[in-house]
Design a protein around this ligand. Structure first.
Ligand code: MN
Length: 496
């Protein structure tokens, strides 16, 4: 399993020295209690670390630079307990380079109606101190998340927890490495893109190899290693022979075991986190990687078909951001529609490569011919997706900029069997409905490939895109075509 670092987040409270030691002592006590309380909810996926109150430009600059330098720190959460004159934040913020969340809260939930006096007002004035801070961050044009509400409210802590996952996505995105086996599928437009710009914007390193370079790793796998992985497959999945000879079936499955082991060794030795294949370039391989890729995706690797490195990196990113949540993320492709009135939905799949992390039940192995790729019948895992709310994303290169489409979808329970379909599927209904959702997607230039998650929200993915400084187009329950066309028109100017 590909794992990311055990990150932490720093909690920094802003104040100033105007109020005297007694007040500053109280400020520190309050923020310590808040950090402790939020850590104890169990709603934060990463630990929050309390830091001493920041009261002047020097302490702000030092703390934010320490956060930059600490490899375990994935972001800083700031809160102005009292009033922290914001000019003293300028230098620190200019030098700060990690994700920033501004928690707009206060220590007390309620106004103490009977006892409130001017001392209380002066100590507990986040409502005004946080606005001074917010002003300077906006004036400096720094991207940040603002969360408003009482710190002990579970919905507020959950929003901070959601943002932590986005922040870890921002941190980890900067060193995602994608291996391209071969090149882009011939003639296809949307899977292409500017790889230099992707490295500048997202930090992704996208490297091409001849398929024969990786095929050598597959050919070098021993029979013993293949046999033991095939045994593992037979223990882990149901086997759907469908009239095929069991020995012949097993031989086909063994080819995928060899591909899985060979690819995995290549990825580990070369430190890649995502992989791209192309069925037009399979020299040295006996089958299009199917089951093998599905298992690698389930272990946290990103994947894109037909040279689609953008979707491969996005799938890896979704796996990082959703780590531990357990519903899954996959490469996916819009395949065919169900247009029965009132039940409109899109059947999602790919030639073979759908990640079993989203499977609703134990997957089965099938061996079937593949009309494309000019190779022998590949083994693949078949299953249907878990139902539930999900998000389908498409990152496209518009020539002058990247655009990220973020479509909220509902994955539907699939209770009608499709016995003749030899691929894994999801059936989903895009928001706000198929007609508007698909029209919006097409107008915005979205791809047929998507990176799909059942674990994350559109907000989390959009916040990642905002942190990358790219255009994000949400397609959800609020989308209307008239507004979307205007948004696209205005973005042409805004993202020049
Ligand atoms: Mn495809």
């Amino acid at each position: 399993m590909l794992e990311s670092r055990k990150y932490q987040f720093w909690f920094c409270t802003g104040s100033q020295d105007l109020y005297g030691d007694e007040c500053l002592y109280e400020v520190a006590e309050h923020s310590k209690k808040m950090v402790e309380g939020m850590n104890q909810t169990g709603l934060l996926p990463f630990e929050l670390i309390w830091k001493p109150t920041l009261i002047d430009s020097a302490s702000i600059r030092k703390t934010l630079n320490d956060a930059n330098a600490d490899a375990d720190c994935a972001g800083v959460i700031v809160w102005m307990h009292t009033f922290s004159p914001a000019k003293m934040w300028i230098l620190g913020l200019q030098e700060y380079r990690k994700p920033l969340l501004h928690l707009h809260t206060q220590f007390n939930r309620d106004i103490p109606w009977d006892t409130i006096d001017m001392d209380f007002m002066n100590t507990n004035q986040s409502a005004h101190g946080d606005r001074e801070f917010g002003h300077i961050v906006s004036r400096m044009g720094i991207e940040r998340k603002v969360v408003v509400g009482h710190w002990a409210d579970e919905s507020v802590v959950s929003r901070i927890g959601d943002w932590m996952r986005t922040a870890v996505g921002v941190m980890e995105s900067s060193h995602i490495r994608v291996v391209r086996v071969g090149d882009n599928m011939r003639d296809v437009a949307v899977t292409e893109g500017d790889k230099v710009e992707a490295e500048i914007k997202f930090g992704w390193e996208i490297d091409a190899y001849n398929v024969t370079d990786i095929a050598e790793y597959v050919q070098a796998v021993s029979e013993t290693d293949i046999r033991s992985l095939v045994d593992e497959y037979y223990d882990s999945y149901d086997i759907l022979l469908e009239g095929r000879d069991p020995e012949e079936f097993r031989r086909h499955v063994a080819v995928q075991a060899g591909i899985e082991i060979g690819f995995r060794r290549f990825l580990e030795e070369h430190n890649y986190h995502a992989i791209v294949t192309n069925f037009q370039m399979l020299s040295g391989l006996d089958q299009l990687p199917g089951l093998a890729i599905q298992r690698l995706m389930a272990d946290g690797y990103g994947f894109g078909g037909e040279g689609d490195w953008k979707t491969a990196a996005m799938v890896r990113l979704l796996k990082i951001m959703g780590e531990g949540l357990g519903k899954g993320a996959s490469f996916m492709e819009d395949y065919t529609y169900h247009l029965a009135p009132g039940q409109e939905a899109i059947l999602q799949s790919h030639m073979l490569e759908v990640c079993p992390s989203i499977a609703d039940a134990k997957p089965s192995i099938k061996v079937c011919p593949l009309s494309m790729g000019n190779r022998e019948d590949p083994a693949r895992l078949v299953f249907t997706s878990k139902p539930g709310k999900g998000v389908a994303c498409s990152l496209v290169d518009m020539g002058t900029r990247f655009r990220l489409l973020i479509n909220s979808v509902e994955s539907l329970k699939q209770d009608i069997p499709m016995p003749k379909l030899p691929v894994a599927t999801a059936l989903w209904k895009p928001e706000p409905n198929l007609a508007v959702g698909a029209e919006a997607w097409i107008l915005a230039g979205g791809a047929h490939h998507t990176a799909f998650t059942l674990d994350l929200t559109a907000e989390q993915i959009g916040d990642w895109g905002a942190a990358m400084g790219i255009e994000c187009i949400y397609i959800d329950k609020d989308t209307t075509i008239r507004n979307l066309k205007n948004e696209l028109r205005w973005n042409e100017a805004a993202y020049k």
